[in-house]
Structures are given as structure tokens and as C-alpha cells.
Design a binder for this molecule. Structure first.
Ligand SMILES: CC(C)(COP(=O)(O)OP(=O)(O)OC[C@H]1O[C@@H](n2cnc3c(N)ncnc32)[C@H](O)[C@@H]1OP(=O)(O)O)[C@@H](O)C(=O)NCCC(=O)NCCS
Length: 174
């Protein structure tokens, strides 16, 4: 897959496989606490315990597409996407089908180099529908700024009294 240079290093995008699962778990441990800890520490821990674990990656690899960005041969970021109805999660608040980017996570050591933008552009080119959706945890203002700068707008909100809201963003692909 495509290569590019960032900060003097080489960025390569490739599909993720089950062999990447240990790297995905490690990426979660590096990126989830600084991203979600300031919003809700218990929620950040729940994410690591329930979602960033090998068993969940095995399920998601079987159902969704995974894109890995490597920087100089090291896993630097993960993005995943697929149809809502193919998710292993339930979405009682949502009706209809949608193409969703489930994850976009760049390791803190590699943020701000254009890797997130590269992964997003690749996914926009790969999805089949004419819209791309994603969920942002309420309070993740940096991610909201990033997505708004890339043409996404807030569309819906799912509330759960125990946790921060999930905010759905949508982009119409041109
Ligand atoms: C949000 C995230 C995916 C962005 O990826 P990244 O590789 O760091 O971002 P990039 O280097 O590609 O940034 C690209 C552009 O977005 C812009 N941008 C980033 N954050 C922004 C913000 N808060 N407001 C406005 N623009 C922003 C940058 O200025 C940059 O623009 P430029 O290329 O024109 O200078 C990454 O920082 C990350 O993984 N964060 C933690 C995990 C997370 O929150 N993931 C999203 C879960 S929904």
C-alpha cells in the first residue's frame, strides 16, 4: 500500500491481521489513557478492559477492515471501518445501514505527523457508500477539531447515564 514521508521517516499503510493483535493492545495502552482519562478515568479503563483486548480484536478482524500505519516499520496507528450491521456491538438508537469508521488511533509519539489524515483519506476512498460516519466520545475535543477540519459534522447523540455521550459525526463523500 501507499508510502509517504513524515518528519523524515517513512509511513506505510497496510491491512491489519491477527498477527498485529499484540501491537494493537500495546497501542491502546499508550493512547487510550491520555485521550480518555481526562474525560472520565473509569471510562478509559473500561475501554482498555472491554474493547482493547485480543478477543475483541479477533472478532473485529473477522468482521471489519483494519488499516495499520507503520512508521519506519513500527505500528504507529490503527484505523478500522465497516458497515454498522456487521458490527459485533448493538446500536439500539440507530436505524438503517451506515458505513462507520470504528477506530482511528495514532500512538501519541506519532501524532501530528499527518498519519491520522492519511488513514482517514484511505478509508474515505475505500468505503462503498456516499457517507462515512464515526462516533466521538463527548469531551474528546481534539478529535472533534480534527474531524471538523476534515469535513465531518455532528449528526446524532447517544446518551447512557453511566458514561459520557457518544456523538455521531457524518461526512458526505464527494
Ligand atoms: C485525532 C487523531 C486521530 C489525529 O491524527 P494525527 O495523525 O495526530 O493528525 P494529523 O497529523 O493527520 O493532523 C492533520 C490535520 O488536522 C489538524 N488538526 C488536528 N487536530 C485539530 C484540531 N483540534 N482542530 C483543528 N485542526 C486540527 C492539524 O492541524 C492537521 O492539519 P494540517 O495537516 O493542515 O496541518 C490523533 O491525534 C489521535 O489518535 N488522537 C487520540 C485518539 C483519538 O482521539 N482518536 C479519535 C477517536 S474518535
Amino acid at each position: 500500500m501507499a508510502r509517504s514521508a513524515a518528519g523524515g521517516s517513512v509511513i506505510t499503510l497496510r491491512p491489519g491481521t491477527v498477527e498485529d493483535i499484540p501491537s494493537f493492545v500495546e497501542l491502546g495502552r499508550a493512547v487510550v489513557p491520555p485521550t480518555y482519562g481526562p474525560i472520565d478515568e473509569a471510562y478509559a479503563q473500561r475501554m482498555l478492559d472491554e474493547w482493547w483486548i485480543p478477543a475483541v480484536f479477533e472478532k473485529s478482524l473477522a468482521r471489519n477492515r483494519h488499516l495499520v500505519a507503520e512508521r519506519d516499520g513500527e505500528v504507529a496507528a490503527l484505523a478500522t471501518f465497516g458497515r454498522l450491521t456487521e458490527s459485533y456491538r448493538d446500536f439500539p438508537d440507530v436505524t438503517g445501514e451506515r458505513e462507520v469508521m470504528w477506530k482511528l488511533y495514532v500512538h501519541p509519539a506519532h501524532q501530528g505527523l499527518g498519519i491520522g489524515s492519511r488513514l482517514l483519506a484511505e478509508i474515505e476512498a475505500l468505503v462503498e457508500g456516499d457517507e462515512l460516519w464515526l462516533e466521538v466520545v463527548d469531551g474528546n475535543d481534539r478529535a472533534v477539531g480534527f474531524y471538523e477540519a476534515h469535513g465531518f459534522t455532528e449528526a446524532e447523540r447517544s446518551a447512557d447515564p453511566r458514561w459520557p455521550d457518544d456523538v455521531w459525526f457524518k461526512k458526505v463523500l464527494g
